[in-house]
Design a protein around this ligand. Structure first.
Ligand SMILES: Nc1nc2c(ncn2[C@@H]2O[C@H](COP(=O)(O)OP(=O)(O)OP(=O)(O)O)[C@@H](O)[C@H]2O)c(=O)[nH]1
Ligand SMILES: [Mg+2]
Length: 220
């Protein structure tokens, strides 16, 4: 595996390997290093997006049956960089008590997980910004957590309508433009994978969070 520092060079997405599943955030790997989590409604394409990004067909398990990913799945990119596939929210058949418990965990995860650098939020481009999406966004903004939204399954729309949806979602979230960015995405086509990779790379290698170099060393 590549040299394990979160601070150096680019993320190598193809190095991704499964670390562990957890049924609760409490059972997550130690809160060290940096991670980026994928959140979205059931069936929005989270696992497919992780596979597209890492160039693997089956790293994250995908399914036609909504609610497939019940566990939180952690993938390592290096010793200190992780991707996290969160269980989908908003699936009608999940009992209310389970939904409530999961919502609480999500909110706490966004608030307290020190290693979490950003949230990739996925929404089907044909049904963006549903109520559960807005709730999730609200928690992220309240926690000052940067969010990058993927309008997924963009292959299902023609270019014009896809672009219109992109502009309207951006418009609706304009008040949070400092924290929230939006792009079109398709795992199938594929489309937007490089743009997503750049955003995650920025979060997982962002030098602005490093201890600043002493000025004397930076001088010519
Ligand atoms: N047309 C199209 N279908 C997609 C795309 N991405 C995912 N799908 C399909 O959507 C379904 C759900 O994809 P998953 O990646 O399993 O979705 P998920 O968000 O991980 O779902 P849960 O784990 O249940 O929350 C599967 O049948 C995928 O093949 C896409 O870009 N285009
Ligand atoms: Mg999944």
């Amino acid at each position: 595996m590549a040299i394990p520092t979160a601070h150096s060079s680019n993320v190598n997405f193809r190095e991704a390997c499964f670390i562990q599943s957890a049924s609760e955030i409490e059972n997550a790997p130690p809160d060290q290093g940096w991670e980026v989590a994928f959140a979205g409604r059931s069936n929005s394409g989270k696992s497919s997006a992780i596979n597209a990004l890492t160039g693997s067909k089956k790293l994250a398990r995908t399914s036609r049956t909504p609610g497939r990913t019940q566990l939180i799945n952690f993938f390592a990119l290096s010793d200190s960089q992780r991707l996290v596939d969160l269980p989908g929210y908003g699936f009608a058949k999940v009992p209310l008590a389970v939904k409530k418990k999961w919502n609480q965990q999500l909110e706490r995860y966004l608030q307290y997980r020190e290693s979490l650098r950003g949230l990739v939020m996925l929404m089907d481009i044909r049904h963006p910004l549903t109520d559960p999406d807005k709730q999730m966004l609200g928690w992220a903004v309240a926690a000052s957590m940067p969010v990058h939204i993927l309008l997924t399954k963009a292959d299902k729309l023609k270019r014009g309508p896809a672009q219109n949806t992109l502009l309207s979602v951006r418009g609706e979230l304009a008040a949070h433009a400092e924290l929230v960015s939006v792009q079109c995405f398709s795992s199938l086509k594929p489309q937007g994978v490089d743009e997503l990779g750049k955003q995650i790379n920025l979060w997982l290698t962002d030098e602005s969070v490093m201890d600043p170099m002493p000025e004397t060393l930076e001088a010519d």
